[in-house]
Design a protein around this ligand. Sequence first.
Ligand code: HEM
Length: 233
Amino acid sequence: MFMDNYINNLLFTYLPHIAMTLFWFGVITRIVKTSKSLQAESSQFLSKKGQRWGGNLFHYGIILVFIGHFMGLFTPEHFYHLFMTTATKKILAVIMGSVFGTAAVVGITILLVRRLKDQRIRINSSIADILLIALLLFEMGLGLISVAISAGSSVENYAALGEWAQKVITFQPDAGVVIAGHSLIYKLHIVTGLFIFMIFPYTKLMHMFVMPLAYFFRSGYQLVRRGFTKRPA
Ligand code: HEM
């Protein structure tokens, strides 16, 4: 029993802080030190098949899943109670989570099959590329099972997830206790999620930080590569 409490506390009170510290440390040092190597390499020029459907379903799905995680976990109860009850919020989370989560899983499955089956892409993929997709797929599978568990359990069980996340970000020492009795699937999903945050800076997930926003504000200059222009003698 003591050991159970100890491990639970370690994983759900302390690990989130360790993981987020490593995440920000890694993100900042990589941007400052190696910003030229952050872009994820495109494979679209190798094969277009599956890239459009897989890429779009995955990216739109996962972006909406993340917005859902953020709003679902961090909106304080007294704030959302101005608009809806916890029961309504749970129904919304289950419906939106299932739809966008399924879109993301279908999308990434198409991308994984494409990467493994297409010879040209396979040869140009590193082990890290394939492992990362497999890890994300595993994590999203756990997420979808978590939603199914939420759908079939009490409103209190669902509400505790937000309570836990809010206790973590406000440094409450009893955060982990709130979800101590929750299903192993939620816990595996959270620990795997934290692991993904920890390795994030050293993977191609870093491409999220290199949106080419500058292009929208350029003043209409044409890019000319210096190396190819002939200088007058
Ligand atoms: C430590 C960070 C994370 C936490 C605390 C967390 C928490 C949760 C929880 C509590 C649910 C169930 C929501 C419900 O019952 O309504 C869920 C679902 C889900 N999670 Fe996570 N998650 C984390 C990271 C991730 C990551 C990194 C991914 C993707 C790579 C992911 C993908 C999903 C998906 C696809 C679902 C199902 C759809 C949804 O509810 O949005 N999660 N997550």
